[in-house]
Design a protein. Structure first.
Length: 152
């Protein structure tokens, strides 16, 4: 495990091994699709092993609460980083995302944002990071309505 400067054990890079995920027939519960830790963009080192050859998901913090099928529709088969473009100190985000893209063979990037204006900044940061990385990585932005429906 990589040790981060903050020293918090909850910030150590970890891969979560999971078997094939299916709905538990007895309970009807959907299992988590999360495959790595940490997820908070501030805590994710660009050298994390699970970033190599990843399909990257950049999620605004509110999206998983609004969109009920977030794990199944977005996290499944992707590596997640999350951030809030309104409340976080986003000054290092473009460079950090660009470093992630430069240092790893990122296959695709999906950004999930809410329909509210402050969330659009996360999509713009991702676009600028791809540009600064010098790589041609497919990027999709999925917009979720405050009512939980997918807008695009």
């Amino acid at each position: 495990m990589n040790k981060l400067a903050c020293g918090c054990p909850g910030s150590h890079v970890q891969t979560i091994e999971r078997n094939e995920t299916n709905t538990n027939a007895a309970t009807g519960r959907l299992p988590s699709e999360l495959r790595q830790w940490p997820t908070q963009l501030h805590l994710v080192p660009p050298s994390a092993p699970w970033l190599q050859n990843a399909h990257l998901l950049i999620a605004a913090d509110c999206v998983p609460f609004a969109y009920g099928d977030f794990h199944r529709d977005f996290i499944k088969d992707r590596v997640l980083v999350n951030a809030c473009p309104k409340l976080d100190d986003t000054s290092p985000y473009v460079e950090k995302l660009a470093a992630i893209i430069r240092q790893n063979d990122i296959q695709s990037i999906t950004v999930t944002i809410m329909e509210v204006p402050c969330c659009r900044g996360l999509g713009l940061m991702a676009q600028e990071a791809v540009k600064q990385s010098g790589k041609d990585v497919p990027l999709e932005i999925a917009v979720i309505g405050i009512d939980g429906t997918r807008r695009s």
